[in-house]
Design a protein. Structure first.
Length: 362
């Protein structure tokens, strides 16, 4: 089969690879759609330090093609969205109702049993986040798959697997944005646009989108932003304060993973406001806080991983909102690609061309 492989640092290409069958507790998924996400780029450039070579892809939807030994609750032909964080339901985090922090396994390119299912020639390959779903097929842990209604278009469903869940979840689950409040979103990529949609769903009265690219700001208005700021021309923090009578916003979100933007998101929030960091920065970088104002400002600063999602409950909820016309997934997909064109999809991501590019499979 064909797959997009991160071969070494900053080098990736479509390769013909072989895929073994599922083992106990696993599913073979015939992929229908894979979203192209900045986290894939973070693996390529080493921000996410997963060992290479490995098959990219962590945001996908497909059809169950084969069941591994002992797998229950699935049938061949089921449509599923894949979760890049498996949830066992048994570990301390799962028992605390924090399945996003499930400790069943740390992603190291291998499957949960520490072995590989993919080969390039005679060499074993890793997979991204136990999935490696930027490929025509994937072997995945059954606990990483969530069944969905077969009427939902797969290219839209795939987005829920990462970007949309992360963004909407950051608003609803993490920050718990209240109706009538003010929100600032620093960064309007796929996750940032999903944060904007989440803020609209939560009933925020003022949603300020900050980005360097005018096309991303146009998209932000389409998805619910009430105000936009091109930070290449204007100071985003000052604009947030000006639009809120000098106070700052009730809730601010950073969706890129850049320390300076994290600082600005903190500065844009009012005293007593909530700052949510969604973007993933580099392991070698830190964010300074003023030692006096950290206490005096009374702000709540939160990290957000995977939208604090319980995927088995939240994936269906988001897709129900989509079917009800309240969550716009159709316009999120601004380009589709074949697996052969996956490198171009990565390049278009890097040039800020799309809200979300999606690889679709015949």
């Amino acid at each position: 089969m064909k797959a997009l492989v991160s071969l070494e640092l900053d080098k990736y290409s479509v390769e013909n690879v072989t895929l073994a069958g599922p083992r106990a507790g696993e599913l073979r998924i015939r992929m229908a759609a894979t979203g192209v996400c900045h986290s894939d780029v973070s693996v390529i450039n080493g921000t996410l330090p997963l060992p290479k070579p490995l098959v990219l892809g962590h945001e996908g939807a497909g059809v169950v093609a084969e069941l591994g030994e002992g797998v229950g609750g699935f049938e061949i032909g089921d449509h599923v969205v894949l979760a890049f964080n498996p949830t066992c339901g048994k570990c301390p985090s799962c028992r605390r109702q924090e399945p996003q922090f499930c400790s069943i396994g740390a992603p190291d390119g291998k499957m949960l049993d520490g072995t590989s299912r993919v080969k390039l020639g005679n060499d074993e390959l890793g997979v991204m986040q136990f999935l490696g779903c930027m490929a025509e097929e994937a072997i995945v842990p059954a606990i990483s798959a969530v069944q969905i209604d077969k009427s939902i278009p797969m290219d839209k469903a795939a987005l829920v697997g990462c970007g949309v869940m992360t963004g909407v979840g950051a608003v609803i689950n993490t920050a718990k944005v209240s109706p009538g409040s003010s929100v600032a979103v620093f960064g309007c990529g796929g996750v940032g646009l999903s944060i904007i949609q989440g803020a609209r769903l939560a009933g925020a009265a003022r949603i300020i989108a900050i980005d360097l690219a005018d096309n991303k700001l146009e998209m932000a208005r389409q998805f619910g932003a009430t105000h936009t700021v091109n930070s290449a021309k204007e100071n985003g923090v000052l604009q947030c304060k000006e639009l809120t009578g000098g106070e700052g916003v009730d809730y601010s979100f950073e969706a890129v993973g850049i320390p300076q933007l994290m600082i600005e998101a903190n500065e844009a929030a009012r005293r007593g406001g909530t700052v949510t960091i969604v973007g993933v920065g580099k392991l070698t970088e830190s964010v300074p806080f003023n030692a006096l104002m950290l206490a005096m400002s009374g702000k709540t600063v939160k990290g957000c991983y995977y939208g604090d999602a319980n995927v088995r409950e939240d994936f269906p909820k988001l897709l129900n909102l989509y079917r009800a016309g309240r969550l716009n997934l159709d316009d999120m997909v601004t380009a589709t690609y074949s697996i052969d064109d996956a490198p171009q999809a990565i390049e278009d991501l890097l040039s800020n061309k799309n809200a979300r590019g999606v690889i679709v499979y015949e």
